[in-house]
Design a binder for this molecule. Structure first.
Ligand SMILES: CC(C)(COP(=O)(O)OP(=O)(O)OC[C@H]1O[C@@H](n2cnc3c(N)ncnc32)[C@H](O)[C@@H]1OP(=O)(O)O)[C@@H](O)C(=O)NCCC(=O)NCCS
Length: 173
């Protein structure tokens, strides 16, 4: 099944440069980005650079962060996808960011579950990891909800992070 991915309430599709405004609403929000190592966008130009980088990442590797659209409204409300960890790999990392107005509705788990299935079943990745600050319990719960297994702590993005893994056979690491 190619993109877009459809879930009960969401549609997940590649990012486009004309997503800049809703993309910046997420990446430019200090509360959304508080736990993200690369931090909040400094300004619209910074979000523009990030968006272009992510589109290029998709062209190059066949995966990236993708836009999450809310099917009921058609609005882009965040992103979820797969990126080379620390921007260089070799591990492939699940990541997600939602507009604050959409937190607490189960959208994070819904999007992440579809992306993990796509990465393992359609892209044929052997393994997907996810990392979060050790006390970022909401994100860690999303990782658990999509079947990822806590695999100890590791240094990522220069910080000690909780590391989660899921492997392609459907079995946890
Ligand atoms: C992480 C994020 C995508 C979660 O989205 P969401 O749609 O609110 O998440 P969900 O509703 O699918 O799931 C959240 C889970 O955490 C649980 N939770 C909420 N607060 C919690 C807490 N303090 N401790 C433990 N679990 C908590 C919820 O109960 C829910 O679990 P449940 O479905 O078993 O009840 C959203 O908070 C976000 O965009 N945060 C900013 C970006 C970010 O930090 N991304 C991750 C970087 S590692």
């Amino acid at each position: 099944m190619p993109l877009p991915l459809e879930t009960e309430r969401l549609l997940i599709r590649p990012l486009r440069m004309d997503d800049l405004e809703p993309f910046h609403a997420v990446f430019g929000d200090p509360q959304v980005m508080a736990r993200i190592p690369s931090g909040v966008s400094r300004d619209l130009d910074h979000s523009h650079e990030r968006l272009a980088w992510l589109i290029e990442h998709n062209d190059r590797h066949g995966f990236s962060l993708w836009a999450i659209e809310e099917r009921e409204t058609g609005e882009m409300i965040g992103d979820c996808g797969l990126v080379l960890v620390e921007g260089k790999g070799t591990e492939v990392e699940l990541a997600y960011h939602l507009a604050r107005s959409r937190w607490g509705r189960g959208y994070g788990g819904e999007a992440a579950g579809a992306v993990v299935d796509y990465g393992l079943d359609e892209l044929g990745l052997d393994e997907i990891i996810a990392v979060a600050e050790t006390d970022h319990f909401v994100s860690r719960r999303v990782m658990e909800k999509v079947g990822m297994h806590f695999d100890g702590r590791g240094i990522y993005y220069g910080k000690e992070m909780a590391r989660y893994v899921i492997r392609g056979s459907g079995e946890v690491a």
